[in-house]
Every structure is written in C-alpha cells, then in structure tokens.
Design a protein around this ligand. Structure first.
Ligand code: SAH
Length: 508
C-alpha cells in the first residue's frame, strides 16, 4: 500500500512570526493538520483551504486526547496517502512527546521528517530579556520538567545535582508545582537568594513576567495571578532581565483586536496590529468570491472601448476587474482611452498595483458626494462603467440615472456572509471580557458579525470599543446596536489604527 508522509513540526512559542520557513512550507503542503492547544491560530492560517483540521488538544473540561489515539490518527492518515502536518507548540522534541510519535511512525513504516521549532525554554526567557547563558553568569542551561515534582522530592529528577549546578535552570510545565520545585532545590543546598523569574505566555501579546528569588517566587506567582503556559527561570542571568527587557512593546500592547473582514483582505490589518504590539483575532464574517457567472462581465469587457469612465468603489472591485481581464487574455492597453475613477485611498492603491494612475479619486464612499464632483467632469454622452460588489447600495446608480448619465453596473464580485469556524471561541471571549476592540471595514462586516454571533450576544460587546472604516459602516454599526461606534478619519487601514492608538492614549 502506498503511504503518505508525516511532518512533526515545532510551531514556536506563540508569536506566529517565530514559525520557521520550513514549517510554513510543510503546513501549506499538508492534506491533514493535526494540532494542539499551544499552537497559535494564525499559524493554522498557512494551511490550504481544503486541508482537514484535526484538533487533538485539551478541550475545556476534558482531558487531552490519549497519546495512543493521536498516534493512531497519524498512522491512519498517512496510510490514506495523505501528507500530515503534526504541529506542536515550541519544539516537537522538547517535552512535546514528539519522540514517541516518531517511534510509532517508525514502527508502522511511515515516512516522516522532523521540523524543529523554537522552544519556549529559550524563547520565553529571551522575550523577557533573559539570556539563558551569559559569559559572566552562566555557561550552561538545563531544561527540566516541572511536572514530576509532585511527590515531594521528585521521582526521576535529581534535585541534588540541579541544586549543585551553576548553570541556568529552566522549568517547563511547572507553574502548579513551583513551590515544591523551589523547596526541593533549597533543601539540596541551592542559595535561597538565587534570582528567579516566571514568564507567562512568552512572546505572546499578553506576556507577563514576575521576578523574585528562589525563596519568594512562588508567593509572587500567586499574588500576580500567573497562569500556564509559563516557564520558570532560575539563576543569575535573571538579573539581566531588567536591563534587557524589550517586550511587549508598542501602543497596543496587551490589546486584543477583532478583525472581521474577509480572510484574504485581513493581512495588512493583522500585521499592523501585531506591529503595534496588539493581538489580532481573525474572525472573517464575510468572504469575497467570484460572480456566479461571467457572461455579463465578459460582454462588458468585450465592449470596454465604448466606455469613457471606469469607476471602482473598492479594492475588491479593482482586483476582480483586472483578474478577469487577465484570465480572458485581454491587453491592459485597451483601457488606455478610459478615465479611471477610484473611491478611497485603498482603491486607488489597488489600481496603482497595475501601474495605472487614477484620473479621479474621491475620498468619500457615499454616492451623493462622489456624484456631485463626478457630474462636473463627465460630459454628456460619455458612458460610465461601475464595477462593484453584488450588494453595493443603490444611491450611486440612482443618482446617475437621475442626472441622465449613461452607465452600466457590473457586479464584479460577490460578498458572501459566513459564520466562521471560531464563532464559539469569539462568543467565549466576549463573555469573558477578553476582547478590547472590534473593527468593521464595511457595512457588510457589521451585518454579518451580528448574524454570526447572534443578536442576543450584542449586549456582551457593550464594554468593547467599536471602530470602523467609513461612515457607512459606522452608521450601520450604530443602527445594529453598537452605540459607541467611531469612524476613522480616512478610508484606510492606517487611519483605523491611528484611531485605535488615539483611543488608547485617551485622546477620544
Ligand atoms: N514543546 C514545547 C513544550 C511543551 S510542554 C516547547 O518546546 O516549548 C508545555 C510547556 O511549555 C508549558 O507548560 C510551558 O511550561 C511551556 N510553554 C509553552 N509555550 C510557552 C509560552 N509561550 N510561554 C511560556 N511557557 C510556554
């Protein structure tokens, strides 16, 4: 029987950008993605749309899937000739049970590759400014499980040796046992004044660090409400943390921001939120698709020379128009005599991607204002082509009609509402006050957000800040029950982020 292949992949400690290039390539290529709790959802976005997603981590209130069951899934999927990406937090061979999974694959003659990841044992301290080695303080580091401290002296861990050693000690999975761990070390002679730090959610937007000494760190952990996942670092290198502290940083640090626009369009917003230190939670309540039929589209393209004006009101319209031209083998020079009009800077930017400078750009999205200017420059008898979404409003076409301008409306793409697979998680976040902002970039994102979470859950958004691109989106948000919705000054992602930063600084 032919067999597939399994990649045992380390996804790094949390920051999705710490994924290796090889890991991203393997995830993209996989038919099946097998993942657990510590894997950031942004990493799963590398998976192909049609990939099968298998969650094998802990579910709230339930235990982890037994290891034997995970092994069985890996073998079964590879027997079906599938390429499997088994993704684990950090590095797969550092307390990840990756070794056991690899043994199982060998036993079943399944081809596999190991893709090492950045382990939290090194990265979490690094993100807290703590180098695990340093010429002046420590010439080794020792990564230890904190899981086995439970029986007092530790079953298989030689605390006596650990207490004696001068190198840095890093305990994983130990937060619940931190008092025992420290006591065991002190009992075996480790100096109670040895510096110690605990780093929670290392490299995540919500990273937290507490520092103390072997003697008092357990109390500090308790007082500051530190939770898993956390690493405990013990040794003189901890002293450097204060001097070398560099993360989290940025005006949005610690803030969680919901991105509701389509997945394909959310990249810029997500990256900029992360660049400012926040966490973007992707919740694509709409998706942009091709029109059901291209027959009208193609008729219009065949007659494109008859038009004097080509009007785009969104970047999606531009994208749809030019990709159809390309797909049907049309030469861009056919547009050379046509004036191109864009609404909004993002739309103008999308046109520019094709090497074309717009002849007319208007900031506002409302048909009325666009029309007022437009009427001044469109001469009688000049034909206008409006390339828009299937759900675009009627204002603009009606005004054009009234003004006697000859136009064709082309539904260049479809905006489809969808209930994202993480809807349950988002409702939980709303219930637990885990979100700070919701971003809406169009009226359709507002409407489909409400549809996805259910009208009954809107009340739960009361403490959140709602920020929008465009007055139309903002008006829709207010009418859907988000009373405090605020519009960005301009129709751009940067302006939306400026607004959030301004709110953070108390400017609004
Ligand atoms: N293979 C993983 C470790 C898995 S064991 C790795 O190489 O990082 C799970 C433990 O890893 C957690 O209990 C915690 O101690 C640690 N851990 C994982 N991610 C972490 C993070 N972002 N910050 C702090 N500790 C983390």
């Amino acid at each position: 029987m032919g067999k597939g292949k399994v990649y045992l992949i380390g996804a790094g400690p949390g920051d999705p950008d710490l994924l290796t290039i090889k890991a991203a390539k393997c995830i993209k290529r996989a038919d099946v993605i097998v993942y657990d709790r510590l894997v950031n959802s942004r990493i799963l976005d590398y998976a192909a749309d049609e990939a099968e997603m298998v969650y094998v981590g802990k579910k709230p209130g339930f235990h982890c899937m037994p290891q034997a069951e995970i092994n069985r899934i890996l073998v079964k999927k590879s027997m079906e000739e599938k390429t499997v990406a088994r993704i684990k937090g950090g590095d797969p061979f550092v307390f990840g049970r990756g070794g056991e999974e690899a043994e199982e694959l060998v036993k079943n003659n399944v081809e596999f590759e190991i893709v090492p990841g950045i382990t939290s044992a090194v990265a979490a301290p690094a993100y807290a400014g703590i180098p695990v080695t340093h010429r002046d303080y420590s010439s080794s580091f020792h990564v230890v499980t904190g899981h086995e401290a439970r029986d007092g002296s530790g079953v298989s861990i030689d605390y006596e040796a650990l207490a004696r050693i001068q190198g840095t000690l890093v305990f994983l999975m130990g937060i619940g046992n931190i008092r025992l761990i420290c006591n065991n070390l002190m009992k075996h002679g480790k100096n109670p004044h040895t510096p110690a730090a605990v780093v929670e959610n290392g490299s995540g937007f919500n990273q937290k660090t507490v520092t103390g000494t072997l003697e008092d760190i357990h109390k500090k952990v308790l007082d500051s409400g530190i939770n898993p996942p956390s690493v405990t670092v013990i040794g003189n290198v901890v002293k450097l943390g204060k001097k070398l502290s560099w993360f989290p940083r940025g005006p949005l640090k610690g803030r969680r921001i919901l991105v509701t626009r389509s997945r394909g369009q959310s990249k810029e917003l997500v990256e900029k939120i992360e660049g400012l230190g926040g966490e973007a939670v992707v919740f694509p309540v709409i998706k942009i698709t091709r029109p059901d039929s291209f027959s009208k589209f193609d008729i219009v393209l065949n007659e494109i020379r008859l038009y004097k004006w080509l009007v785009f009101t969104s970047a999606n319209g531009v994208e749809a128009f030019f990709s159809r031209m390309k797909d049907t083998g049309m030469d861009l020079r056919l547009l050379s005599k046509i004036n191109i009009c864009a609404v909004g800077a993002a739309t103008k930017g999308e046109v520019l991607k094709h090497g074309i400078l717009c002849d007319f750009v208007r900031q506002s999205h409302t048909g009325k204002e666009l029309l007022a200017d437009f009427l001044k420059i469109v001469a009688p008898g000049e034909k206008v082509l409006l390339a828009r979404s299937d759900i675009a409003g009627n204002n603009l076409p009606e005004s054009l009609k009234k003004a006697g301008i000859e136009f064709t409306e082309l539904k260049a793409y479809k905006t489809v509402g969808q209930k994202p697979s993480n809807t349950g998680d988002i409702i939980n976040m709303l219930n637990n006050g885990k979100l700070d902002y919701i971003t809406f970039t169009s009226s359709s994102t507002v409407k489909n957000f409400v549809k996805s979470i259910g009208k009954g859950n809107i009340g739960r958004t009361r403490d959140l800040k709602v920020v929008c691109i465009g007055r139309a989106a903002c008006e829709t948000a207010v009418s859907e029950g988000f009373a405090g919705a605020v519009p960005a000054d301009e129709h751009t992602i940067d302006s939306l982020l400026d607004l959030i930063v301004k709110i953070e600084k108390g400017g609004i």
